[in-house]
Design a protein around this ligand. Structure first.
Ligand code: ZN
Length: 259
């Protein structure tokens, strides 16, 4: 048994606190239209008590400051993503392809000083019971893509909570300990009790699973479950802004293909 199992039924905050419903967001990537649509949807679902961001708030898209500002305006938890740190000079651009590096440079030149400092100071990993939150994986927070049962297990072996939430691959999945990675059908609630899972809510701002709609998940503390959602947004507006900003054309184009 993992040490994290001791946390199994623990709820944060202690007695007398109402259970929360949390919007789990990864890879927003400066896409304000997608972020706004997701937050509107989460609000309709009664799931905006808090927002937990799994890294890469910025990079690729045209609205870095507005996306950071939007998250700061809510109860939030954030961890750093590789694009966040590269955009503010805390991670080498040599690790990025030419288009991603160009977008990071553009982002760094357009972010406010205060937001740049905030991103530079984000933790690589944090805990919110019953989850550990990290962008890539607990084994390599800024670089590893969890894409196999082995990499999911490596995450679980390194954390002190029952479950792990990741981003980075831009592909939504759930992996139960010892099982394959699965795409959870939209809307079906996944109970968390009695098992350990690694989950990726997919990308808000640049999905890569062939579906152009923004992807996110809801954690329902009361039901101890996860639920994935997809939300259509005005991606033509995002593309227009990207082209006006002079960001690489391929980054605008890929939004409409979900790739
Ligand atoms: Zn990303």
């Amino acid at each position: 048994m993992q040490g994290g199992m001791l946390y199994w039924q623990a709820k944060p905050g202690g007695e007398g606190r109402a259970p929360v419903r949390v919007a789990l967001l990864a890879d927003i990537h400066s896409n304000l239209e997608a972020l706004t649509a997701v937050l509107d949807d989460a609000r309709e679902q009664g799931a905006l008590d808090e927002v937990w961001c799994l890294g890469d708030i910025v990079g690729y898209g045209p609205d870095p400051d507005a996306c950071v500002e939007t998250i700061l305006g809510m109860g939030h938890v954030m961890v750093a993503g590789n694009h966040d740190l590269a955009s503010v000079g805390s991670l080498s651009l040599s690790l990025f392809n030419a288009d991603a590096a160009a977008a990071c440079r553009w982002t760094g030149a357009h972010l406010s000083q205060a937001h740049a400092e905030l991103l530079a100071a984000l933790p690589l990993q944090t805990e919110r019971s019953p989850f550990t939150l990290v962008h890539g994986s607990s084994r390599a927070p800024l670089s590893e893509y969890v894409a196999s049962p082995e990499s999911a297990q490596a995450c679980l072996d390194r954390i002190a909570t029952p479950h792990c939430l990741v981003g980075h691959s831009h592909v939504p999945f759930v992996c139960r300990e010892g099982r394959e990675l699965l795409e959870l059908p939209i809307e079906r609630a996944l109970p968390l009790v009695g098992q350990r899972i690694v989950a990726n809510p997919g990308a808000v701002g640049q999905p890569r699973d062939g579906d152009s709609r923004a992807s996110y998940a809801i954690y329902d503390e009361d039901g101890e479950s996860l639920r994935f959602r997809r939300v259509a947004y005005d991606l033509a507006s995002t593309q227009r802004k990207m082209r006006l900003a002079g960001l690489p054309e391929i980054l605008a184009l890929r939004l409409q293909f979900g790739q």
